[in-house]
Unconditional design. Structure first.
Length: 150
């Protein structure tokens, strides 16, 4: 008979659930940008953004692969890892998601730098992704504190 995993403390569980929701927002955003990039469609930008300048720049791809596709895979991996953590209580999966979120945050900082100081243009969808990565990093640090107690 398989032993049931120990229940999560309520705060840890709630933080992990919020982590997943934020990652899903990032996944939707990055997937939308990827679909638009592959279809060759113009990305509408509202409130004075410069989405086309950013998404058609040489910085929008890495080895010919859209950065947004890497983002979508990143967010999907985070969602899967945290979902499995909530289901099976495997700390290593939550820690792996936090490490990914930390890397995602650093990549977002780099891409923000490129938008601000190299391209002098901003993509609102890219800023949304940077915001979700930042939130995931902050939530990840809060979860790390809680997971040490678990």
């Amino acid at each position: 008979m398989e032993q049931q995993p120990q229940p999560l403390p309520p705060l840890l569980k709630r933080l992990a659930q919020i982590f997943i929701l934020v990652a899903i927002v990032g996944l939707i955003d990055a997937t939308y940008l990827s679909v638009q990039k592959f279809s060759g469609a113009t990305i509408p930008c509202f409130v004075g953004g410069s989405c086309d300048i950013v998404t058609s720049s040489r910085f929008s791809e890495f080895f010919g692969i859209p950065i947004s596709l890497f983002g979508a895979l990143y967010y999907l991996t985070v969602v899967i890892f945290v979902s499995r953590f909530l289901d099976k209580r495997l700390k290593k999966l939550m820690i792996a998601a936090i490490v990914l979120a930390s890397v995602g945050f650093l990549v977002s900082l780099l891409l923000l730098y490129v938008q601000a100081f190299v391209l002098h243009a901003y993509c609102l969808y890219c800023l949304l992704s940077a915001g979700t990565s930042t939130l995931l990093f902050i939530l990840g640090m809060a979860i790390l504190r809680q997971i040490k107690k678990y």
